[in-house]
Design a protein around this ligand. Structure first.
Ligand code: J2J
Length: 529
């Protein structure tokens, strides 16, 4: 295969036919999701800006014309690194409408991640804010252009030498509607390898993901959804997220962060009904609710996912925040598990939900790939109408990440309750889940090994009451040991996103090994006591 579909692994024909015949996949494309909304209703609130459905629709069509004029075409990839702003909404919709796939980077990513994404995706453009969170993205863009030669940089705000996003606001032109079977958007994988992976999501599988999620979560045109996680993350974007709200005609309110002093006033002012958070934010909210003066009574649903929420804390949510809790165990690769709105309280507290779709196939297997007896812990494998069949342009990694019959190996250890709900019991993959942010141990070890004083490195997740886990790097050094501060400075220089920095380093003489000679991270972790 060449062209836009090269590197994308399609579903086998027989399954694709079944997903169509059974109504999971339709003809709707991502750019259509908000077309059903009442044109006068509010689609988006961000700061002082409020856009109706008609206004957002028009802004998207105008930007689509601007991107076409810039030379962006259907089938192209564009790396989008925008925070929770109107620009994200407009750029995302514009690109998916013309069939150019946004590659959704997080605001925290830096030169190392962005350069790699631009190269892997052969991006024709890179979209950034001017300055956000005290960081100048135009400087990052200069480095990325120097490293990759990405042809266009589009800047929301003061563009300096680059293309202002405002200049793409053009008279709408007709454009070709993308094929629903084509890749609509690329999401980033949490990653377990040296380099991040891209997840191709087709229009039809992602639209199904959005629609089915909106149904399970009871979203309607009355829904007012607060975005506190990065909108570029699958959870906040599509589970049901921003796209799910638009599909039902509700209102999206963008918050800059999940901090109670920013989120709570917005909940009160906009009468927010639903929100998705990671466990550390849920814990902050549980603490802050008792002393904050804001009226949170509009809140009906708090979705918590990305990392495991302790059952004791889960049990406090309804009483303390006055809303329903929904646990969400999801992944950008596809499979979503939700507790249901009418599940008994106990299931909502102790489980991470059950699969979204009747067509989701689940297996729980031992290390030899055999199904474990019902109720026992094993690795979760899955395939279904919205779970990827391969990472983008990663044949070797795909050979390991999927079974021969197309099940995705999640690397998560789960057990299945009689009700079909899953309980996440741990992880087999070499990844740290730092409050929902995923850090690939191998990727971080690779960066650490580049430090002149580091002879060898092994990265582990250390249990933490707030973050779930924090990152500890065990180092074997030559000469004088670097300090944590020096290591962070070094990683910053290398252009690594700050959430991947170790929280702690431990210098050691040798790594314990498993019988097959791999570094025993379990033993390393146990050394911390
Ligand atoms: C334990 N581990 C969890 C949970 C995710 C909704 C919600 C989350 C994500 C997400 C997402 C967990 N308990 N409740 O995309 O749409 C860990 C698992 C999983 C990995 C996926 C969504 N919820 N996890 O977190 O792609 O290890 O997606 O495989 O970032 O997060 O990470 P990510």
């Amino acid at each position: 295969l060449t062209g836009p579909l090269a590197g994308f692994t399609p579903w086998p024909d027989d399954l694709a036919e079944r997903y169509i015949a059974e109504g999971y996949w339709g003809d709707t494309v991502l750019g259509d999701v908000l077309r059903g909304g009442d044109p006068r209703a509010t689609a988006l609130v961000a700061g002082d800006e409020r856009l109706t459905y008609a206004e957002l629709d028009r802004r998207a069509d105008r930007a689509a014309a601007g991107f076409l004029r810039l030379g962006v075409r259907g089938g192209d990839r564009v790396v989008v690194q925008l925070p929770n702003t109107v620009a994200f909404a407009v750029v995302f919709l514009a690109l998916v409408r013309i069939g150019a796939a946004p590659v959704l980077a997080l605001p925290a990513h830096r030169r190392s991640e962005i350069s790699y994404l631009c190269e892997l995706a052969e991006a024709v453009a890179y979209v950034v804010p001017d300055v956000h969170g005290g960081f100048d993205y135009r400087e990052l863009a200069r480095e990325v252009v120097a490293a990759t030669g990405v042809p266009h940089v589009v800047v929301d705000g003061d563009a300096a030498e680059f293309t202002p996003l405002a200049s793409l606001d053009a008279e709408p032109v007709p454009y070709e509607r993308p094929d629903p079977a084509s890749v609509g958007v690329f999401l980033l994988s949490g990653g377990t390898t040296g380099l991040p992976k891209l997840i191709p999501r087709t229009h039809r599988d992602y639209v199904y993901n959005v629609e089915a999620s909106a149904d399970v979560c009871g979203f309607t045109d009355r829904t007012v959804y607060l975005v506190v996680l990065p909108v570029a993350h699958n959870f906040a974007l599509a589970c049901p997220g921003v796209l799910g709200v638009w599909a039902r005609g509700g209102t999206v309110v963008l918050a800059p962060s999940g901090s109670p002093d920013e989120a709570f006033p917005l909940i009160e002012r906009e009468r927010v009904t639903a929100c998705a958070v990671v466990p550390p934010i849920a814990l902050l909210w549980l603490d802050a609710a008792s002393w904050s003066g804001e009226d949170l009574s509009s809140l009906e649903l708090l979705q918590v996912g990305g990392a495991k929420l302790a059952a004791e804390r889960a049990a406090q949510v309804p009483g303390t925040l006055g809303c329903k809790l929904q646990q969400v165990f999801g992944m950008a690769e596809g499979l979503l598990n939700y507790t249901r709105l009418d599940d008994p309280a106990e299931l909502v507290e102790i489980s991470q939900g059950r699969p979204l779709s009747p067509a989701d196939e689940i297996r729980v297997v031992d290390s030899e790939g055999r199904d474990v007896p019902p109720g026992e812990v094993g690795e979760l494998l899955t395939r279904g109408p919205y779970t990827l069949r391969g990472y983008y342009r990663a044949p070797e990694h795909n050979a390991r990440s999927f079974t021969p019959d197309g099940f995705y190996r999640t690397g998560d250890l789960v057990r299945v309750l009689p009700s079909g709900h899953l309980v996440v019991e741990g992880r087999e993959k070499d990844q740290i889940n730092r409050g929902g942010d995923k850090v690939s141990a191998e990727e971080l070890e690779g960066h650490l090994l580049a430090h002149p004083a580091v002879h060898d490195a092994a990265v582990v997740g250390v249990p933490d009451p707030v973050m779930g886990e924090r990152t500890c790097a065990f180092l074997i050094v030559r000469g004088e040991a670097p300090t944590l501060r020096e290591i962070k400075e070094f990683l910053k220089e290398r252009g690594v996103a700050a959430y991947k920095f170790p929280d702690r380093i431990e210098v050691t003489d040798a790594f314990p090994r498993t019988p097959v000679g791999k570094v025993s991270k379990r033993t390393l972790l146990a050394r911390l006591g």
